[in-house]
Design a protein around this ligand. Structure first.
Ligand SMILES: [Zn+2]
Length: 115
């Protein structure tokens, strides 16, 4: 069996191959553990050489925001709790209102019976 070199797998990872070539590489990958390892190595290299580590930057920014913006973060949390209470109130209000009307109706009925 003929194997592909690391250089060839790099091309595959970087999408520098034509469609028939890609298929050939993929077919071989299913059959060959050796090339799978080489392919994974090429993948690792490619990931490490990625110029824009966007995810990492985002993570750093998030940490920095938490360090430098400690107080606004706290305020935001309080606001969130407050709006949670509001939504609870909004949810319970119709139930409370219905109960109030029911009790009011029963009281009225009782009074009319006693007349
Ligand atoms: Zn192989």
């Amino acid at each position: 069996m003929e194997h592909f070199t690391l250089e060839e797998w790099r091309k595959y990872v970087k999408n520098e191959l034509s469609e028939p070539e890609r298929e050939l590489y993929e077919d071989h990958l299913y059959l060959c553990d050796h090339c799978l390892e080489v392919y994974l190595e090429a993948m690792d290299e490619e990931e490490n050489s990625m110029p824009a580590m966007a995810g990492e930057d985002e993570f750093t920014n998030l940490i920095m925001a938490q360090i430098t913006g400690g107080i606004p973060e706290e305020a935001a949390r309080e606001h969130k709790e407050l709006s949670n209470k509001e939504s609870w109130f909004e949810r319970l209000f119709p139930i409370a209102f219905a109960s109030f009307m029911l009790i009011g109706g029963l009281v009225t009925m009782c009074r009319e019976k006693n007349k």
